[in-house]
Design a protein around this ligand. Structure first.
Ligand code: BES
Ligand code: ZN
Ligand code: ZN
Length: 500
């Protein structure tokens, strides 16, 4: 996009179309709707009166302005937003994204939006711009001809009633950072696994780190061996692609957070999950290219942190590994030792995410983390339990879990907590080693993954996000293409913001 501009006078903005939020049951009897109605020569009021447009959430209607007026735009887009009482900040990005996709499809290259929120102007501007940017992400990267692709949007103008110029400007800049970082996450998740193997994922992290000013260290297999990461390394034995541990560090110039506190974000970066020797069925296996979504979320969040520059340090760790079957691959019944000394009986090589997270989480604590949030497309069971609506959340500290759920509410992302506890932890005790990597068949599969990772957390407060159901959306939404969602990026950014 060429330019993001602040619009001073909405109805006179120098763009092709004006887009405005309309709530359920609204009439054109006052405020901006009355003004717009005049410019349409009364058509807007009649559209409302005849209930051709009811303001339901997701509804859109395109009208034309009468030939002459103060307006420069010739189109008016109504974007329905449901009940005004229920309209929250994250809904602004849905409205802006919906408007962007609708207008782009009709070759409109410039439009101005009046989101009509009541809340904080910085936040509103951030949400609006983020929605404009994330709504334009498409899956067509590898098409040699993009014949039917809409022309890129050139100008987005934003009008927020009563807001100061500096607030809107600040919010727009933040929205750009968040939106582009979410698209960075989505691009990684969408990459084919022959292109995005662990080495490539590490390279992308390195390049990104340089761009936004993060420290970046990549550990290779030799270095991981020295650290005793036998659990992580057992997963990559069957692959030609060597595993990488990506370590990113953001350090503020001046820290305002609690002394000694360090938040670590840890992600599962399985660039492809065949299941290993416990091979997955062929049907649907292609989906397993997104098994690095947790890692991609960490990288996207760290990218945004590098740009937004909060006043607290954040550590980002991604275990990038490919899970393949081969003569050298781990067998079900092998025993390995993790970096914290615990021994693991591997009974299913398809439960590999927890094996790599074990060493990654332990490493985060070794590097000083006092709060750890790990994220992973860890279990099919979480999709059965929560579908693609809620991310499963579990943890050893209710305060941290509650905080993430609350941040999720503010960011428009849903989390649902599942329980942990001794009775569950007992179920992964092994007959011959300390623990095994699976629990009883078909019982509490998501929790079994979590209690396994918990074994590798020592003193830190820890939460685990199972994003298997929410990291990929099979359907297209009015505000988003189908595919990777960048779930949790916005929630984690809120968590970082609140630690300041
Ligand atoms: N990557 C999968 C989890 C997954 C499955 C994500 C389906 C998305 C869709 C993970 O590595 C896995 O295979 N988990 C197993 C664990 C089982 C063997 C205990 C699963 O969920 O079936
Ligand atoms: Zn697996
Ligand atoms: Zn997996």
């Amino acid at each position: 996009m060429k330019s993001l501009v602040i619009t001073d006078n909405f109805t006179e903005a120098n763009v092709e179309a004006l887009a405005v939020t309309v709530f359920k049951g609204e009439k054109a009897s006052g405020g901006v709707l009355k003004e717009l109605d005049k410019l349409t020569g009364g058509i807007l009021a009649s559209v409302f009166k005849n209930e051709e447009f009811k303001g339901e959430s997701g509804e859109t209607a395109l009208l034309r302005f009468a030939a002459k007026g103060k307006n420069k735009a010739d189109k008016l887009l109504l974007v329905g937003a449901g009940d005004q009482d229920e309209f929250k900040m994250p809904d602004v990005s849905i409205v802006s994204g919906t408007a962007t996709r609708f207008l782009k499809k009709r070759n409109v290259k410039s439009f101005a939006l009046m989101p009509r929120t009541q809340g904080d102007a910085v936040e509103a501007a951030q949400c609006a711009v983020q929605g404009v940017i994330t709504s334009q992400f498409e899956l067509d990267k590898y098409k040699s001809k993009r014949e039917n692709a809409p022309k890129p949007l050139e100008t987005f103008g934003l009008f927020i009633e009563g807001a100061s110029k500096s607030d809107v400007e600040n919010g727009m800049k933040r929205g750009e950072a968040v939106g582009e970082s979410m698209n960075f996450t989505r691009d990684l998740a969408n990459e084919p696994p022959n292109i995005l193997h662990p080495t490539e994922m590490a390279k992308r992290a390195q390049t990104m780190a340089k761009e936004v000013g993060l420290k970046c260290e990549i550990l290779d297999e030799k270095q991981m061996e020295k650290l005793g990461m036998g659990s992580l390394l057992s997963v990559s034995l069957g692959s030609e692609q060597p595993a990488k541990l990506i370590i990113l560090k953001y350090e503020p110039k001046k820290s305002t957070g609690k002394k000694g506190e360090l938040l670590a974000l840890v992600g599962k970066g399985i660039t492809f999950d065949t299941g290993g020797i416990s091979l997955k069925p062929g049907e649907g296996m292609d989906a397993m290219k997104y098994d690095m979504s947790g890692g991609a979320t960490v990288l996207g969040t760290m990218r945004a942190i590098g740009q937004l520059k909060p006043s607290v340090p954040v550590l980002g760790i991604v275990a990038a590994v490919e899970n393949m079957p081969d003569g050298k691959a781990t067998r079900p019944s092998d025993v390995v030792t993790a970096s914290n000394g615990k021994t693991i009986e591997i009974l299913n090589t398809d439960a590999e995410g927890r094996l790599i997270l074990a060493d990654a989480v332990a490493h985060a604590e070794r590097l000083g983390a006092t709060r750890i949030v790990d994220m992973a497309t860890l279990t099919g069971a979480v999709i059965i339990a929560l579908g693609d609506i809620n991310t499963g959340i579990m943890g050893n500290d209710q305060g941290l879990v509650d905080e993430i759920i609350a941040c999720g509410k503010e960011a428009g992302e849903n989390f649902w907590q599942l329980p942990l506890g001794k009775e569950y932890s007992k179920q992964i005790k092994s007959d011959i080693a300390d623990i095994k990597n699976i629990g009883p068949a078909r019982k509490a599969g998501t929790i079994m993954g979590a209690v396994f990772i918990e074994e590798f957390v020592d003193k830190a407060k820890w939460a685990h996000l199972d994003i298997a159901g929410t990291a990929w959306d099979d359907g297209v939404k009015p505000f988003r293409s189908k595919g990777p969602t960048a779930v949790a990026v916005r929630t984690l950014l809120k968590l970082v913001e609140k630690a300041q």
